[in-house]
Design a protein around this ligand. Structure first.
Ligand SMILES: [Zn+2]
Length: 69
């Protein structure tokens, strides 16, 4: 086992990825369509990440399963 070194390894900070809101909406014939579902727990502004067969909230971890049709 490797002993823990007292030195703190500083990870290079990755630039925060800002969520691109404009990609979450789709404007169709003057009406706004949400491409992503919002998180039922976190509410407005928190979108569910789409995965295969499920949607996950990156904020609270809420996961909902979507049935494939
Ligand atoms: Zn959430």
């Amino acid at each position: 086992m490797e002993e823990k070194k007292p030195e703190k390894k500083e990870k290079p900070k990755a630039p925060k990825r800002r969520i691109q809101v404009h990609k979450l909406y789709k404007v169709e014939e003057g009406s706004l369509t949400r491409l992503r579902k919002e998180c039922p727990r976190c509410g407005k502004g928190y979108f569910m990440a789409q995965h295969e067969g499920r949607l996950t909230c990156g904020n609270c971890g809420y996961t909902t399963f979507t049935s494939k049709s």
